[in-house]
Write a protein that binds this ligand. Structure first.
Ligand SMILES: Cc1ncc(COP(=O)(O)O)c(C=O)c1O
Length: 392
């Protein structure tokens, strides 16, 4: 069996051993020093000013949208564009927080929203923000997308939960917009079991995210930030300040276990990315020889931090055939993320308007993916390759 993922961590034994020692020796397990150290190290890795650690990628997405509403940078009912091929908790926060989600079609060959689709959507809808998903470690032409967003006053946000480490012309995905989210759930490029991060260079947004993460209080802010807030709200004593709640928030705090594993796993991140990229190109060499498949276009991507191996068949009949091939060889497969998200029951329930999304429809019926991770053995890769090879 070649499952979608094999282990919770890269270098699992070493990580579990270090984690056990940490738990035995630390006095505090709720959010503290290790979380803040991990945030600092992640900021250095990602080359951003601020990283805010949370308990999941889903929380990261919800915290970004809540923060933008709290700051008045988005208003209730604003149209927010999002990728039609995405994960449920990318779009759910938009519905939950009273915004109007507008699905944008993806390009089949890149699996992602490209500037072409964005331009068409902007012509039809008054879009205030774009919450783009960098799907499966691939991404759209983000330099062009960033330019279009800037020209049209659209706030660009990146859901980078599946693309940690991908680069375009030396710039990491997650660094193109106002803020980006990351997931450290098992099977992602880096695992803390459960965990997520928001990155941003915007001081005001980072401050709000820090409060949104923990109850809406100011305890994790700097002294200067606390002083300013307390003065504005006429909070006079430390006694009062500790239980003053400034804006709408959640409890999305990570634990010290998240922080510790994150710091420990960060040392293996580049190895993880390099191995996934190598596996990807190895499989793609066989994939591209098979004319049953649509070739994937990643020419604009300089580092391909692949999340999973996508198979895009030319017809639904071919997809059924190849799913059978994979199943017969003991390889676990699954739909392309959530398929065309517009077909999901929660969208049908909460959004009345239907959009024309032909490419997402095509991917819904013609594609699937299998796992790609560093623990794949030479034999595993050979088995996957043999399933990608056309048999005449
Ligand atoms: C694109 C995308 N966004 C958000 C998430 C949510 O991350 P988490 O599982 O950490 O909540 C995922 C999860 O895989 C994802 O793929």
């Amino acid at each position: 069996m070649i499952p979608l993922m094999k282990s919770a961590f890269l270098h699992e034994y070493e990580t579990k051993k270090a984690l056990a020692d940490f738990i035995f020796n630390t006095s505090k397990l709720s959010m503290d020093r290790k979380c803040f150290e991990f945030e600092n190290e992640f900021s250095k890795y990602q080359n951003v000013k601020h990283s805010i650690l949370l308990n999941s990628g889903a929380s990261a997405n919800l915290a970004i949208i809540q923060s933008l509403l709290n700051l008045g940078r988005l208003q209730k009912e604003d149209n927010v564009g999002f990728s039609a091929i995405t994960w449920s908790t990318n779009v759910m926060p938009l519905i939950q927080l009273g915004l109007t989600p507008v699905p944008i079609d993806c390009d089949v060959a890149t699996l992602n929203v490209m500037s072409k689709q964005l331009k068409e959507a902007i012509k039809k809808e008054n879009i205030k923000a774009l919450f783009i998903t960098n799907a499966l470690g691939f991404c759209g032409d983000l330099h062009e997308i960033k330019k279009i967003c800037h020209e049209n006053n659209v706030i660009l946000l990146e859901d980078n939960c599946e693309a940690l480490g991908t680069e375009l012309k030396g710039i990491k995905t997650g660094n193109f917009g106002l803020a980006s989210s990351f997931s450290f759930f098992v099977a992602h490029h880096m695992s803390t079991i459960e965990g997520g991060m928001v990155c941003t260079n915007d001081n005001e947004l980072a401050e709000m995210l820090t409060m949104v993460r923990a109850n809406g209080w100011d305890r994790n802010l700097t002294h200067t930030q606390q002083y300013k807030l307390r003065k504005q709200q006429n909070v006079k004593s430390e006694f009062e300040a500790k239980y003053t709640f400034y804006d709408l928030a959640y409890n999305f705090r990570p634990t010290e276990i998240t922080g510790f594993i994150g710091l420990f796993q960060l040392q293996f991140l580049n190895e993880n990315i390099i191995k996934r990229e190598k596996n990807y190109f190895r499989l793609e060499a066989d994939y591209n020889l098979n004319d049953d498949f649509v070739h994937i276009n990643h020419q604009h991507i300089s580092v391909l931090s692949n999340f999973a191996y996508p198979v895009i068949c030319k017809t639904p009949v071919l997809r059924d055939f190849y799913i059978q091939q994979f199943a017969g060889a003991g390889i676990e497969v699954r739909p392309m993320i959530a398929g065309n998200i517009q077909k999901q029951p929660f969208i049908k329930k909460y959004i009345n308007k239907r959009y024309n999304l032909p490419n997402a429809d095509f991917l819904h019926t013609c594609s699937f993916y299998c796992g790609n991770y560093p623990e794949l053995t030479e034999t595993d890769l050979q088995i996957i390759s043999s399933c990608l090879t056309k048999k005449n």
